[in-house]
Design a binder for this molecule. Sequence first.
Ligand SMILES: Nc1ncnc2c1ncn2[C@@H]1O[C@H](COP(=O)(O)OP(=O)(O)OP(=O)(O)O)[C@@H](O)[C@H]1O
Length: 508
Amino acid sequence: MIGSAAAAAAEPAPAPPLAEAVGVSKRFGSTVALADARLTVVPGESHALVGRNGAGKSTLVNILTGIFPPDSGEVRFDGEPAPAPGDRDGWRAKVACVYQKSTIIPELTVAENLFINRQPGTRGVIGWKRMRREAAELLSTWDVQVDPAVPARELNVQDRQFVEIARALSFGARFIILDEPTAQLDKAEIERLFTRMRALEESGVTFLFISHHLQEVYEVCQTVTVFRDARWIATEPVADLPRAALVEAMTGEAADLGRSTGHREPVAAGVRLAVDGLSDGAFEDISLEVRRGEVIGLAGSSASGKIELAETLVGLRKPHTGTATLDGRPLPFGDVRKAMAAGIGFVPRDRHAQGLVPELSVGENATMTISDRLGPLGVITPRRLRSAAAEAIGGLDIKTQGPDQPVNGLSGGNQQKVVMARALAVEPNLLVLINPTAGVDVKSKEALLAIVDEIRERGTSVIIISDELDDLRPCDRVLVFLHGRITAEHAAGWNDHELVASIEGVSS
Ligand SMILES: Nc1ncnc2c1ncn2[C@@H]1O[C@H](COP(=O)(O)OP(=O)(O)OP(=O)(O)O)[C@@H](O)[C@H]1O
């Protein structure tokens, strides 16, 4: 005994985990969001947290950042109990999360955002000059090339993320959670983010990386933890867990990853959408046709003009010149309601700002586009709302307590499905989907894209705008945008290399 105790004493104790959640449980009403879940993150690694929509990832992040406490279980940092609830400074010194939805205040400058509520100054007088100088120092320490004097609203998504990371580091935290950080980034920006993550890792920063893009997990993380149905399922070195095994751990079912692009029969039916010479600054002189039942994809970098064109078709923007007709009738530009009445359904790029009304129920959100059809004289009868909503919930496998649950109680991916349900509710002739699978898990992605195949059979034309190659696979053709113009067209059967090369503007 004495000998072994002496030997044990001679060995250096292993460093405690940087962050740890043990036996954590959390309920929301009757929903179990976490059941005896756990996570151990060691210093210096990038650790992925993956799971299907509603698996409990965001709930764990909220607990790990002190936003709310668990019902039971414990969080520790560096082997010490987490700060007391409400001790914001204590938590901020340990951990920060960069969310998809920015916490930066757009009206304030970058410097003000960095030093909000802790402006350098004396006796309450804010030292603006000093604040700017310190902001510049802080940004340069972390190699963030942003002017501290510019209003934050002028930052692109990527620079905003880098500023948020620098702000977190300035509070002393060396554990940064990135919640779906690549969702709004194009390929080049994602590479820049990963390069920055690797550099920060070398300076002693540890990341918890949440993503539904599993290839990113393999690219940037060393360890992965899988949650399923509120429970911890596995923690493994990424290198030891092939993709099929990872998907199996997430879904509980053997993975079927094969989905080919295949050649399709040419679509012979008549023209549904005809666009002629459309320009608006973001895109120039765009002409295209989409036939009944045809599915076309629009690909290109984030500044290529593809999203602006889609937003023009659905009535969110007005073009400077050009025309577009749907089934021979002019499209009502700049008026979403009229566009919907004309037979256009759409999934917008930002479900928070353009998609959902958070206080309303799942049922109300899913059916708000057809409220005039759910009862006489625009009065929605509860029975019809419920049955329309139940259909949407079943059809899209939305994980919810029921149609009456407020939509802001749903996980991010399930909210996205509600947005899809809303678009489908109008039984559109043209469905425009902007990044439709953003935040949607690997299985639900397949279900959403299967719906595209289903509705095309009924003659609905579909335009899919996405940065994800998988989203473009159901398309008959993919049009590539570069600097506001269509520069290439790829028929079904394209290979990834070719398509990526034309998105990047290089020949393959
Ligand atoms: N504030 C809330 N009120 C009611 N239920 C909630 C609330 N927050 C989360 N839930 C429920 O808890 C469960 C776990 O949700 P959570 O957001 O943690 O999932 P997730 O893994 O982050 O999903 P996603 O990948 O879709 O973002 C879901 O069933 C969700 O509906």
